[in-house]
Design a protein around this ligand. Structure first.
Ligand code: SF4
Length: 247
């Protein structure tokens, strides 16, 4: 078998195993009832264009690049002291779907990219199972520099850093933001009370954008033997897919 085909089949196998693990029983049907193969990319109305090949960049992308240059040099809060690299975020500058986590971990700090460690690999699988590639969505964090020992960012650090996130959201203009975990959920939904189990499972309106709070992939990894949270995350992602692709 040609190597390229074997690679594609390996990728499909990973997606199928992930979907089975989280309790997706009918692998031939999408949430809309149309037959799809898991991992098949959906048409992306906001597919990134331009850059290295001379085609024009999407509106807002150069401003996003400038913002990211500012973030890379930022020393507004104490987290600058311990970082290797700031991690502005990455993806489609016109993504309709954004994922926002808490902050970079060790792998992210070393590579300067969001969600590339173990939790990131799980998020990448979730995104693939939804039919998207990482390059079609935008992935960012509440704080752009790694908190020491992966502690929760302090209030002052969040206050110093979140104007960057707000500007990213303004430039990208997503339809849906998935808030991954407690820190991101508290930022977007400060009035939501209760556990993640009770808050998740429905959309909230935030400045005209739909927010879907759900468990952070790190939580899923910490509770690996428990299929419940994984199933809940997948249920949440199905709601997101339905909203983005229509009934
Ligand atoms: S966490 Fe944010 S505000 Fe603090 S130094 Fe890094 S980029 Fe600047």
């Amino acid at each position: 078998m040609p190597r390229k085909n074997a690679k594609i089949l390996d990728g499909l196998d990973v997606n199928l195993r992930f979907l089975k693990e989280i309790g997706v029983e009918d692998l031939n049907r999408s949430v809309e009832g149309k037959a799809v193969k898991p991992g098949t990319p959906k048409p992306a109305p906001h597919t990134p264009q331009g850059g290295g090949d001379g085609t024009p960049k999407p509106a807002g992308s150069s401003e996003l690049d400038e913002l990211h240059t500012t973030i890379l040099a930022c020393r507004l809060c104490g987290l600058a002291e311990g970082r290797t690299r700031a991690v502005p975020g990455e993806g489609n500058p016109r993504a309709e779907l954004m994922f926002v986590g808490e902050g970079p971990g060790r792998d992210e700090d070393e590579q300067g990219r969001p969600f590339v460690g173990r939790a990131g690999q799980l998020l990448t699988k979730i995104i693939a199972a939804m039919g998207y590639g990482r390059e079609q969505v935008f992935i960012a964090n509440i704080v752009k520099c790694r908190p020491p020992d992966n502690r929760v960012p302090l209030r002052g650090e969040t206050a110093a850093c979140t104007p960057y996130l707000l500007r990213q959201i303004e430039l990208i203009g997503p339809k849906v933001i998935v808030a991954l975990g407690k820190t991101a959920t508290e930022f977007f939904l400060p009035d939501a009370v209760g556990s993640m189990t009770s808050i998740r499972g429905r959309f909230y309106d935030w400045k005209g954008i739909r927010i879907m709070p759900t468990f952070h992939p790190s939580y899923l990894i910490r509770n690996e033997g428990n299929k419940g949270p994984k199933k809940m995350v997948w249920d949440d992602m199905k709601l997101v897919m339905t909203l983005l692709t229509g009934p």
